[in-house]
Design a protein around this ligand. Structure first.
Ligand code: UGA
Length: 432
């Protein structure tokens, strides 16, 4: 099929390159010419495992192209995916300006029947208003169909998630669009990973409800952390004991330093905002965000309690990205933690395998290192913020010898507390 993707961001690049790898002809459009030129020279703006290879292969074989010529992107395609950003407004609402702009351009340039698919995460009702915007910009009576096709990619495993999805959600009111879209996804849908054809409104809400449910599970576990600590329980054992119940399952029950990333926070805030705007109770959804906000700095309170003084202390932060295998620091707990520690007058050393450069834009004043050893040397404490695999098997004796004090705060509970205490660390996990 001939596909145009609007937006060379995270979702656009991953979806576009995967569609091309499935044998389709894909053209990714972005109005940022510098980004397009970079992509044409195989300079990829984000770090995502496997993405570079996928783009290189399909670009060199001619199935994947990049352009800032919008007319070309539209005229050379039968399906147009809108995958532009929908950032969070100040009040928690969703800013859909870029989706509206894309709709206006598509409307003005539509030359024959096409399917317009919204992949960007948008509040319920948006597909309907975007349909009207496209209609009002048409230069002649050209038919088109709308499909809501939310994405469920996780950063770090996005290509795998695309190629082996749990489910594919298609929302539309057109039988023809369902037929074409089902064809498109045929290669990657299976009996246990079905294509769900539903209404546009259902598809829009499924996306928000899914991210809110995932976040709710994390905040639920995080709320139990102080209780576990007070009574000497271990939150990891609690998760395990709960997870064996088939109805609950094991995933997204890891307590820690709060969830980060651009999506969970933004989507839960948006859902909370929509409920409130409509005059409905949003207390449960809102509490997910409130608990998470507190959880991000819980570890600093613990440090203060255990170390007594943070002013003048030298702290090593291991990991900056909001999760491993990405350089994305949006909404990362590391930002809140560093900010708090700086306010207390601590000196900060940091190391992340991929995200040092991104963090430099926010905290130019902290010390950046290229390995965990030099980052920890001379420090009073280490704070494990992101569970990159490099942090799991280190020469801990060497690290201990180089440190001034032996505090180790494990924000992700990746270490065995008995082993770490035995080695000589003053080890503190979360909720254990
Ligand atoms: C999330 C969803 O998982 C995707 O399905 C969705 O497509 C995506 O948002 C989106 O809307 O674009 P992502 O933000 O990439 O994906 O990452 P997650 O794997 O969901 O992790 C989010 C945060 O939750 C991370 O900071 C992670 O450390 C934290 N987390 C996750 C926990 O604290 N505990 C857990 O048990 C699981």
């Amino acid at each position: 099929m001939k596909i145009a993707v609007f937006g060379a961001g995270y979702v656009g690049l991953v979806s576009g390159s995967c569609f091309s790898d499935m044998g389709n002809s894909v053209i990714i459009y972005d109005n940022d010419s510098e980004k397009i030129n970079d992509l044409d020279r195989l300079k990829i703006p984000i770090y995502e495992p496997g993405l570079y290879d996928l783009i290189r292969k399909n670009h060199s074989e001619g199935r994947l192209q990049f352009t800032n010529n919008v007319k070309r992107a539209i005229s050379e395609s039968d399906l147009i995916f809108i995958a532009v950003g929908t950032p969070e407004g100040e009040d928690g609402s969703t800013d859909i300006t870029q989706v509206i702009q894309a709709a206006e351009i598509i409307g003005r340039n539509l030359d024959k029947y096409k399917i317009i698919i919204i992949k960007s995460t948008v509040p319920v009702g948006t597909n309907e208003s975007i349909k009207n915007i496209i209609k009002s910009n048409l230069t002649s009576e050209i038919p088109f169909d709308m499909v809501s096709n939310p994405e469920f990619l996780r950063e770090g495993t996005a290509i795998r998630d695309f190629m082996l999805p749990d489910r594919i959600v298609l929302g539309s009111d057109s039988g023809k669009a369902f037929e074409i879209m089902t064809d498109l996804y045929q290669g990657i849908a299976h009996t246990e990973n079905p294509i769900i054809c539903t209404s546009i409104q259902n598809a829009e809400i499924i996306k928000y409800a899914s991210n809110a449910m995932l976040s709710a599970r994390i905040s639920f576990m995080n709320q139990l952390v102080p209780l576990c600590e007070k009574y000497g329980a271990d939150i990891k054992e609690i998760s395990k004991g709960m997870g064996y119940d088939d109805r609950i399952g094991t995933k997204f029950l890891q307590a820690g330093i709060g969830f980060g990333g651009s999506c969970l926070h933004k989507d839960v805030s948006s859902l909370s905002y929509i409920l409130k705007e409509n005059g409905f109770d949003n207390s449960l959804i809102q509490s997910i965000i409130d608990i998470n906000k507190k959880q991000k700095i819980f570890i600093v309170e613990k440090m203060l309690d255990k170390m007594k003084e943070l002013e003048g202390a030298k702290i090593a932060i291991w990991g900056l990205s909001f999760k491993p295998d990405t350089d994305d620091i949006r909404e990362s707990p590391s930002i809140d933690i560093i900010s708090e520690l700086l306010d207390y007058g601590a000196t900060i050393n940091v190391y992340d395998p991929q995200a040092n450069n991104n963090m430099r834009q926010i905290f130019p004043e902290v010390n950046y290192f290229n390995d965990p050893y030099s980052c920890a040397a001379g420090c009073n404490a280490i704070v494990l913020v992101t569970e990159w695999s490099i942090f799991k098997n280190l020469e801990f004796k060497k690290i201990l010898e180089s440190m001034k004090d032996k505090f180790l705060f494990d924000g992700r509970n990746i270490y065995d507390k008995f082993d770490m205490n035995h080695l000589g660390f003053k080890y503190y996990g979360i909720g254990r």
